[in-house]
Design a protein around this ligand. Sequence first.
Ligand SMILES: Nc1ncnc2c1ncn2[C@@H]1O[C@H](COP(=O)(O)OP(=O)(O)OP(=O)(O)O)[C@@H](O)[C@H]1O
Ligand SMILES: [Mg+2]
Length: 355
Amino acid sequence: MTYLTLDGLAKRYGDLTVVEDISLNIERGEFLSLLGPSGCGKTTTLQMVAGFTEPTRGRILLEGRDITDTRPEKRGMGIVFQSYALFPHMSVAGNIGFGLEMQGMGRSERSKRITETLELVRLEGLGHRYPRDLSGGQRQRVAVARALAIRPNVLLLDEPMSNLDAKLREEMHVELRAIQKQLGITTILVTHDQIEAMTMSDRIAVMHGGRIVQVSTPFDAYERPESAFASSFLGKTNCIPARIVDRQPGCCRVEMGGLNMRIPHESCQFPENIQVYIRPEKIRMVSSADSRISSVVRARMFLGNHWAMEVDGPLGRLRVNIPNVGGPPAFEGDTVHLAWQDDDMRMLEAEAAHV
Ligand SMILES: Nc1ncnc2c1ncn2[C@@H]1O[C@H](COP(=O)(O)OP(=O)(O)OP(=O)(O)O)[C@@H](O)[C@H]1O
Ligand SMILES: [Mg+2]
């Protein structure tokens, strides 16, 4: 049975609708991310689940029980806010024990739980410190510990890693995911960081303008985006205007930049004008005999594990990522020969590009 259900949630402030019709079924133990750009309604959605914001419409069910009107502290959820919101005048142990005290847990049991939770987030021995005497990453872990100490039924995380540097953030992704799995705790993470969503989640709900536009595994969200928005929000992509010239069983024949391409597709129920998407890492440099197109290298950047090149050719300007396996693959001004598989091209309606 679904553990947590968001059923047609909406939020309006006066005439402004900030969340429209959000429906999601989340399984027990699942890690789901709400991923979308600033202002798309992620925090508002999370706050409705937490009970701090009252929905204008819709219901929230926990194990089939309607909790839409239940007070936040009665929902049993653990929350980590973007700002951490630690109590500055309380020690780490005080912060972690606060919710337990509110629940009426006795002193000795509380102390045991605090110690356990500190171990879980690898902050053993720091219970006596104050938030001001901790690093950003440690404070962030105290915030997670505080949310976990009450053994919440659901963990809600609102951009909890946005204040950390890139390396620490990456470490926290791994740590937090391990803790979440160890405890089997149902988790919703709000983020605008696609890497964060992809590395941690079982499923990603991509949000745009107060709606969910796609719910899928990280792999499908990246490889099979269902809209131009999802395609460009998750990673970089090349978008090429194209026209369907023939529909055959299992594929379309498409004209783009004066070239004729075959794109496999189950139904091919697109209008004539479409956009074709190719990820930069799917394009390879090959010999002229094996190439689909030739292009001139306009710019080249070294990014450690790959070279990012911008090339100009019959399909316009393309971004091409070449893995770093030694020396530079080409120089600015060089002509390069490029190929990719039929399967690497994705089609979407041209109109969808303006979503
Ligand atoms: N109390 C409020 N009154 C009026 N408008 C609000 C209120 N709270 C949020 N909004 C608006 O709702 C929209 C969605 O806000 P929300 O905080 O949910 O976005 P978000 O996706 O979390 O963005 P970010 O990534 O920047 O945190 C924004 O346009 C915001 O200005
Ligand atoms: Mg937000």
